[in-house]
Ligand binder design. Structure first.
Ligand code: ADE
Ligand code: ZN
Length: 334
């Protein structure tokens, strides 16, 4: 372990662009919230829960992730969850975070969007004021649910649109191609909002093409299977479509066999706009800096490449150009 280099990586200003706030629920908080609300858990203690985080694919993770979210019940819970993430993010050099949340995971349990959004936004505002971390919020549609359910969710979000800076698409990828949501995303774009979608995490390159051509996404979340299609990789590079890659997630969900085989460096070498993010850090064993550190080690990324990746995280964000420029200049001085 190279402690000097790791401290340098941690201090590198960076944006986190692929982070599910429900995926930051650490076992300790999960147990505390379960106790507070009298929710029964299948595991006896924190260690037993953590050792159950042994996933064979995306679905095996999602089953536990949705079960865990069931302990989030009131505004304080969403505040505490978001605040704990921001404290971690600060330590990792995050200067800007664009955060997903899954409205349907909560409305399906009769938790109102008011509770969810008020708690998250209050913490994000406090984080901006006291930690200096700017933010955007991205509600994400669950793709295993229907188009009608997504439209209903979009409708329910109408009173909260000032807090919705774009929309995403997540959950079980295989069997639920982006085209299933073409009309919903057209509706979102008609409101003048940018859209992103998980694609090419477990799903084939054709799902990445659909996300680009049918959903007209501003970024692809994951996108790692684009490496299987040279024409697609070249197109992503040519059109400067950012990929929000989450290396530790990809290994923990068995999308990639081991970190040294991860396609991130090949995508970077092909000219793609690659960023490093943590996805669901409480479940995958590392926040964003740990993703940078482990990937740098496994793929022998140079300091210049790490600075390029951090700068691309900033330029791929939805910050105003003059703010992007200030962050990029700081990265160049690192
Ligand atoms: N929801 C939370 N994490 C996810 C992931 N990695 N892929 C799809 N949906 C998710
Ligand atoms: Zn994700």
């Amino acid at each position: 372990m190279n402690t000097t280099r790791n401290a340098w990586i941690r201090a590198l200003p960076k944006a986190e662009l692929h982070l599910h706030i429900e995926g930051t629920l650490e076992p300790e908080m999960l147990f505390a919230k379960a106790q507070k609300h009298g929710v029964a858990l299948p595991c006896l203690n924190v260690d037993a829960l953590r050792s159950a985080y042994n996933f064979s694919n995306l679905q095996s993770f999602l089953d536990l992730y949705y079960a865990g979210a069931n302990v989030l019940r009131n505004e304080e819970d969403f505040y505490d969850l978001t605040w704990a993430y921001l404290l971690r993010a600060k330590q990792d050099g995050v200067v800007h975070a664009e955060i997903f949340f899954d409205p349907q995971t909560h409305t399906a349990r009769n938790i109102s969007l008011d509770v969810v959004i008020s708690g998250i936004v209050a913490a994000l505002r406090d984080g901006e004021a006291t930690l200096g971390i700017t933010w955007r919020l991205i509600p994400s549609f669950l793709r295993h649910l229907s188009e009608a359910d997504a439209f209903a969710t979009l409708d329910q979000l109408t009173p909260y649109m000032q807090h919705c800076h774009g929309f995403g698409l997540d959950s079980s990828e295989l069997g639920h191609p982006p085209s299933k949501f073409s009309r919903v995303f057209a509706g979102v774009r008609a409101m003048g909002l940018p859209v992103v979608a998980h694609a090419g995490e477990e799903g084939p390159p054709s799902y990445v093409y659909e996300a680009l051509d049918e959903l007209k996404v501003a970024r692809i979340d994951h996108g790692i299977r684009a490496i299987e299609d040279d024409a697609l990789t070249a197109r992503l590079a040519r059109d400067r479509v950012p990929l929000t890659v989450c290396p530790l997630s990809n290994v923990r969900l068995c999308a990639v066999k081991s970190l040294d085989l991860h396609p991130l460096k090949r995508l970077l070498d092909a000219g793609c706009v690659v960023t490093i993010n943590s996805d669901d850090p409480a479940y995958f064993g590392g926040y964003v800096a740990q993703n940078y550190i482990a990937t740098a080690e496994a793929l022998s990324l140079t300091p210049e490449e790490l600075k390029r990746i951090a700068a691309m995280s900033i330029t791929s964000s939805w910050l105003p150009n003059h703010v992007k420029q200030q962050h990029v200049e700081r990265i160049e001085r690192c």
